[in-house]
Design a protein around this ligand. Sequence first.
Ligand SMILES: Nc1ncnc2c1ncn2[C@@H]1O[C@H](COP(=O)(O)OP(=O)(O)OP(=O)(O)O)[C@@H](O)[C@H]1O
Ligand SMILES: [Mg+2]
Length: 413
Amino acid sequence: MSRKQRILVIDDDPSLVKMIGLILHRAGYEVAAAESGVEGLNKLTELKPDLVILDRMMPLMDGLEVVRRIRANPATAQLPIMMLSALGRVDDKVDGFQAGVDDYVAKPVEPKELMARTRALLIRSQYSRPPAAKTVAIVGAKGGVGTTSVALNLAMALAKQEKAVALVELKGYGGDVRYHLKLKGGQDLGPLLELDASQIKRPEIERRLIHHSSGLHLLLAPQYGGERRLTVGHIEAVLDVLTSRMSYVILDVPPLVGNGIRRALELSDQILLVTEPETLSVTCALDQVERMKEWGVFDRLNVVIVSRGPSASWLNRVEVENRLGMGGGEAQAAARWEPRALEVGVRLRQGVAGVIPPGPELFHESVRNGVPIILIEPSAPAARALFDLAEWLVEGDQPAPKKETESVKYIIT
Ligand SMILES: Nc1ncnc2c1ncn2[C@@H]1O[C@H](COP(=O)(O)OP(=O)(O)OP(=O)(O)O)[C@@H](O)[C@H]1O
Ligand SMILES: [Mg+2]
């Protein structure tokens, strides 16, 4: 259910705050107030407003400075700001726009006009708001097939592109990403499991998040979970917070069990099922595919093959697809049109999205040093395959190229 849009009014004149608050409240908005710039800035993180209405002339910190600080903070840089001011000369307005306001309204203002401008700003900002993170679930066909290795290297490859990426180990216990990265224990999502899901907000998650030197953000599973369980509510809360501030959230998901995992897949934009190219893994993978069909998430599924060592009995890519019902004619049936793809006329085919070749020495080296393989030897075949997989994900996320339009010259009279 979408919440009411929230507007923060920052003005040192209580009577004006009250009046504006009343008008906005009547129009169906949720209104919060701050009496100074500093108080307003402090309230931003907690309230996450959709719009700020800001007085210009205030003691201590004036409105222009508040605007500059809002713009300088990546978490609030996109926030729509309307400045209200008794200073209504052209130069005053230009100062406001230079500081970064989206609208500048000279006082006195008619309530009708204030409302119209508020609505226009809120509607416009919905279109320009950056989309929430893309959530990608990496699921193992069974244990030990290389799921964590794929998830970690993929997340790292995306983080290397300067994207905000979080890797979440989606388990109540038994996390081993820390060993892949040689991290000390202690900071994991264990304490979140003690909380009721409704108590899990941004600060609780921030406290558990590890900021790795590579730029990657990590939310790790505890070693030992005791009686605590990762519930549907916990998963929803974690994803709600992380998707609002990351561009990619990569989930390291154990082989499908329970409602929590089901919910995670429902909330994912893309699912990558990891399997080894041998009969037992692929048979388990088929079980997972069947369950994903039951759960209504098959449409976003692709497969990643991890070959950990050479073997004459390996299945090839086509054989794996056929066994999973994603090959031949069935692949056609499984192929889907995405709205974005439609525009460029590309059909996204479901099936094997990547094959990671063996790199036994390299993976051994990686775990020994606590450094993912794509950082140790980016040109190794396994690393290149993981970079390609990251590229495939990013490409699927690009908007269709715009058609060339004739440039139009406007004349301001
Ligand atoms: N392409 C590869 N070539 C060689 N070794 C690999 C490859 N990919 C992963 N490995 C190694 O295989 C082992 C298992 O990998 P990983 O921990 O990623 O699997 P997993 O599916 O996450 O296991 P679990 O079910 O225990 O979580 C690790 O030692 C890893 O270094
Ligand atoms: Mg694992």
